[in-house]
Write a protein that binds this ligand. Structure first.
Ligand SMILES: Nc1ncnc2c1ncn2[C@@H]1O[C@H](COP(=O)(O)OP(=O)(O)OP(=O)(O)O)[C@@H](O)[C@H]1O
Length: 534
């Protein structure tokens, strides 16, 4: 496939050439190149495991590359010379997905923790000076909050902007900082992403250089000037001042125009085609309270995919965790009807698992996996009993099954024996999903199932979830991605103030309606009948 390789030659503020990094048997970067032009938003994109995070970690000094060269702000370093201090001194600033803010502290205090507290007479902290300086920055970034506001009270996009303003607070007029954003919108619903990306665009128009990693193609296309596409640790396309289509980008990512067409135009969902097997209520939640939940009522039937949306803090994750037995409810009932006994309302996690419930949490690296154990151990963790034999574990069988799962779920791993922690973020997500689906659950709970997953695997995950539902599983999926919910679900519930405030299905189920209902005080006239009831 031809690549539009036109390396930028003017105004380049950061240039990486021939970057190579090996982790054991894995060649994470294989001579990658990247060049950032001043005052542009530059998208670094590619499939899961192609080397994006490794590049950012090399730039941040977390990893040292084995070979390559970095040039910035008139200096140049070999891979062996470059470290975190060099990057910072040259002007690189990072905002990671975990923003590193302290929600209970004020915005001003969050700024001061990074840059230090201004001191007045007798060395006392000068709050007036701090608040004046931070007020200026908030103005400059159009954040619309006062320095005394606790970070917890901010909207998600505002929080990210505070993290950006904080990272760039030592920007001087004669020195240009380069801002590196690692999946800045991954956890944001569409309207918040838009606010954030518009702000990033305005900063770039005013001269800020931004390097952004993201899997959300429409967003990347809407905000970026230049694009670098990685595949298998190599730069396969460098598009400058370009207006590519999503299909073109995906063709570069996959190396196949045919594959790109299939991804960008996925087969229409078979929709509620599982009607035949649908009917029995598998999950029945009544008056559920605890934490942010204040009386949630909902049902999910066999073969049905029900979505959950709501603002951050609306209780989506709490609801899933309570159904899974991880949180004890303060009131109400959770009833799970499956052919396996699932326990009462306050059942424990083991009782729920035994009862046929599977849960893929949002934080798959931390909560859902055994990071130090191998990929094989993690894939068999939910079905370990299958491999016990009188003489010990049937390791060869276990390894063969793990290999088959790795292939069928397109998990990029150099072998079944590498530690789970060595997988890239998106591949960890696929592995956690694969391992739960092995149990043929009666009820599948998914929290942000495609966060951090590349556009190719996203289509695979939707297909796998649909097929699972078609086999009779009831699926409850929480997501901040309203387009995803519209494409995947039979109906979607909007959580607000700890209750199900609205329900959409059929033609009424659109991303715009969901966004409006998530933010408003409006309720739908009453629950729209579940497809199985129609
Ligand atoms: N610390 C590590 N030890 C071993 N292998 C690693 C380590 N970090 C990354 N890798 C491997 O290097 C390759 C590139 O990973 P990287 O995290 O850079 O990918 P990525 O493009 O950021 O993927 P994603 O989109 O899933 O986040 C992958 O094969 C990954 O498994």
């Amino acid at each position: 496939m031809s690549t539009t390789a036109r390396p930028p030659t003017t105004d380049v503020v950061l240039r990486i050439t021939g970057m190579t990094k090996r982790f054991g048997a894995t060649l994470a970067l294989d001579g990658a190149d990247l060049a950032l032009r001043h005052g542009t938003v530059h998208a670094l994109i590619g499939g899961n495991g192609c080397g994006k995070s490794t590049t950012i970690k090399v730039l941040a000094g977390v990893h040292r590359a084995d070979a390559g060269r970095i040039e910035m702000a008139g200096s140049a370093w070999s891979a062996a010379e470059y470290d975190a201090r060099a990057g910072r001194a040259a002007g690189l600033r990072f905002v990671h997905q975990d923003l590193g803010l302290f929600p209970e502290l004020s915005i001003a205090e969050n700024f001061a923790l990074d840059a230090g507290y201004p001191r007045g007479l007798a060395g006392r902290v000068s709050w007036t000076a701090l608040h004046r300086r931070v007020a200026g920055l908030l103005d400059n970034y159009e954040i619309g909050a006062s320095p005394a506001t606790p970070v917890a009270a901010l909207r998600p996009a505002q929080r990210t902007l505070v993290a950006i303003a904080r990272a760039l607070q030592d920007q001087e007029s004669d020195r240009h900082l380069v801002l590196v954003l690692d999946e800045p919108t991954a956890t944001l619903p569409q309207h918040e992403s838009r606010l954030l990306l518009d702000a990033v665009r305005r900063r770039a128009d005013a001269g800020q250089t931004v390097l952004m990693v993201s899997h959300r193609m429409p967003e990347v296309l809407s905000v970026s000037d230049d694009f670098t596409v990685f595949r298998d640790g190599r730069t396969v396309a460098s598009l400058v001042a370009a207006r590519p289509t999503e299909a073109e980008l995906v063709a570069h990512m996959t190396g196949s125009a045919d594959a790109a067409r299939a991804v960008v135009r996925p087969q229409p969902a078979s929709g509620p085609a599982a009607d035949a097997g649908r009917g029995d209520v598998v999950l029945d939640v009544a008056g559920l309270a605890g934490g942010p939940l204040r009386g949630v009522d909902l049902q999910v039937r066999r073969g049905e995919i029900v979505g959950l949306t709501g603002l951050v803090g609306s209780g989506r994750t709490s609801l899933l965790k309570t159904v899974f037995g991880e949180h004890a409810p303060a009131g109400g009932n959770v009833r799970i009807a499956s052919d396996r006994p699932a326990g009462d309302a306050a059942a424990s996690v083991p009782a729920r698992i035994a009862g046929g419930v599977a849960y893929v949490p949002e934080d798959r690296g931390g909560e859902a996996a055994f990071a130090d154990l191998t990929v094989r151990d993690n894939l068999s963790a939910t079905v370990v009993g299958r491999y016990w034999r009188p003489w010990g574990m049937a390791v060869r069988r276990e390894r063969a099954d793990a290999g088959a799962l790795i292939r069928s779920h397109a998990i990029k791993a150099s072998s079944t024996e590498v530690p789970f922690a060595a997988l890239s973020g998106g591949n960890q997500q696929k592995a956690v999903l694969a391992r739960w689906l092995r149990r043929e659950p009666a009820l599948l709970l998914l929290d942000e199932p495609t966060q951090g997953v590349d556009v190719m695997s996203r289509a695979d995950i939707y297909r796998i979830v649909r097929e699972t539902a078609e086999r009779g599983c009831a699926v409850l999926v929480a997501s901040s991605d309203q387009l995803e919910l519209c494409g995947l679900c039979d109906r979607v519930l909007v959580l607000r103030d700890g209750r199900v405030a609205a329900e959409l299905s059929g033609a009424a189920l659109t991303a715009d309606r969901l966004t409006a209902l998530t933010q408003s005080t409006e309720t739908t006239a009453g629950p729209v009948p579940a497809p199985g009831d129609r």
